[in-house]
Design a protein around this ligand. Structure first.
Ligand code: C2O
Ligand code: CU
Ligand code: CU
Length: 477
């Protein structure tokens, strides 16, 4: 559990290997936000989605005159958008033109385990494989896809491999007629020569953050808004905690209206002054600015950081120019019905912890799940298909860890401090989620039903921690 920082040798934050932002001749800020390139459906059958995703290196100019080699799907530097409808059958072929083994994981979707791109199902360089599954009728929401190969997920994502998925409802939802915009947030860290920086000691410990926080692959773009818009936001960074805040022209914070989570709409809209979106999480927001200029910031968040590391500073994401709207949109009191899961018959316990060990005279952090490092061959948990389970996830380490489990969506039941003298439980609402931040010292309890037999993963979604071993196998029988 809690460790003593006093004796630790922390890498100083200024020893980071990234080139200082001011020294880089970056492409201009403030360009209009692009819409995401959409992955085309090769099938003419409305029930079938057929496509190919080729993962390969490509060259992309981010710093003037110093091209960067990134890894991308279908040679698209901007994240691809896949649009599906509930009930659709999907056939996507992965072609691996990378120098490493890869997979595609359909983060958040209830696809069968053998189609879910687990580390046990790696596709070697020059290899191909077909992913085939049918979406259930109740999965409208905001998902994404990314590689999940053993030990190198963090590297493949920081080199650029991630895309997003919107599953539309078969029948209209409360906001189907509202204009939609997509904000995919990624983190890019470059050397002064334009190459993607390797992870330094601080990245390995705290998770990687770059000099550039990108939205749809663009640096601090701007968006014109002339009517209320439904925003879907993905935190597709390796490790950054996005503490979202909307600032008005004069710099004062404005309320954010949240309408959805990972697994679709909330039952009712909620307003927040800041909204923490950890790596892997998604939110839906309704944007109807009351001023003509606004900006979206990721405000400082330091709870997620170990010892000597500097807190993540506030970072502008994008600026908004608007025709001010006094009224916003009339939302129905109920956006959607969600039935709470019934009584659980089984309890599963998860503990995130860190330990220090000495290897070759160097201090090394170990990121553990139930005291162990991930082993691909070991089954750590067993669940029964169709059974309602209660999962208790405790974080006894000194930094936050976003918890994620494969196989579908869960419902939060409680968020409380392990040590009750730290305060009362945190409020949350009935919603479907697949990723939840577990603060240092917190216990998060949720209910979930696994609907397919086979092997699932659960892990911290700070990808550096996942690859360091903060992950486990769940066998559904
Ligand atoms: Cu987003 Cu196991 O992954
Ligand atoms: Cu996942
Ligand atoms: Cu972690």
């Amino acid at each position: 559990s809690g460790m003593n920082h006093a004796g630790m040798r922390m890498p100083a934050a200024d020893l980071t290997n990234a080139a200082p932002l001011a020294s880089l001749d970056v492409l201009p800020k403030g360009l209009p936000l692009s819409t995401l390139p959409v992955l085309a459906n090769q099938s003419s059958d409305a029930q079938l989605f057929k496509a190919t995703l080729t993962a390969a290196p490509m060259t992309h100019e981010i710093i003037k005159g110093k091209p960067t080699t990134i890894w991308a799907y279908n040679q698209s530097a901007a994240p691809l958008l896949i649009e599906w409808t509930e009930g659709m059958t999907v056939e996507i072929e992965l072609i691996n033109d990378l120098p490493q083994t890869t997979t595609i994981h359909w983060h958040g979707l209830p696809v069968p385990p053998d189609q879910d791109g687990a580390p046990q199902d790696g596709v070697p360089p020059k290899g191909r494989r077909m992913y085939r599954f049918t979406l259930p009728d109740d999965c409208a929401g905001t998902y994404w896809f990314h590689p999940h190969p053993h030990g190198i997920t963090h590297e493949q994502v920081f080199r650029g491999l991630a895309g997003v998925i919107v599953v539309k409802p078969k029948h209209k939802d409360a906001l189907t007629d509202v204009k939609e915009v997509h904000w995919v947030v990624t983190d890019l860290k470059l050397n002064a020569d334009g190459r993607i920086a390797e992870n330094d000691a601080n990245d390995v410990m705290n998770g990687r953050e770059g000099q550039f926080l990108l939205v749809n692959g663009q640096y601090q773009p701007s968006l014109n808004v002339s009517e209320p818009v439904r925003v879907r936001l993905w935190n597709a960074t390796n490790a950054r905690f996005l503490n979202l805040q909307w600032l008005g022209e004069s710099g004062q914070a404005q309320d954010l209206l949240q309408i959805g989570t990972d697994g679709g709409l909330l039952t009712a809209a909620e307003s927040h002054s800041t909204l923490l979106v950890a790596s892997g999480e998604r939110v839906e927001l309704l944007l109807s600015p009351k001023e003509s200029k606004m900006s979206v910031h990721a405000s400082a968040y330091n709870q997620g950081k170990m010892g000597g590391a500097k807190p993540t500073p506030a970072t502008p994401l994008l600026s908004i120019h608007a025709s001010p709207m006094d009224k916003g949109l009339e939302l129905p009191a109920q956006l959607r019905a969600i039935s709470p899961l019934g009584g659980a018959t089984v309890t599963q316990n998860v503990v995130f912890s860190e330990t220090m060990s000495m290897e070759n005279g160097v201090h090394q952090m170990n990121f553990l799940l139930n005291g162990k490092k991930f082993d691909m061959q070991r089954v750590d948990f067993t669940s029964k298909e169709g059974e309602i389970e209660e999962w208790r996830v405790e974080n006894t380490s000194d930094m936050d860890h976003p918890f994620h489990i494969h196989g579908g969506q869960f419902q939060l039941q409680r968020r409380e401090w392990i040590d009750p003298s730290r305060g009362s439980p945190t409020a949350f609402s009935l919603a479907w989620k697949d990723t939840v931040n577990v603060k240092s010292g917190e216990r998060v309890v949720f209910k979930m039903v696994q609907k397919h037999k086979g092997l699932r993963m659960l892990h911290c979604h700070i990808l550096e921690h996942e690859d360091a071993g903060m992950m486990a196998n769940l066998n559904v029988v």
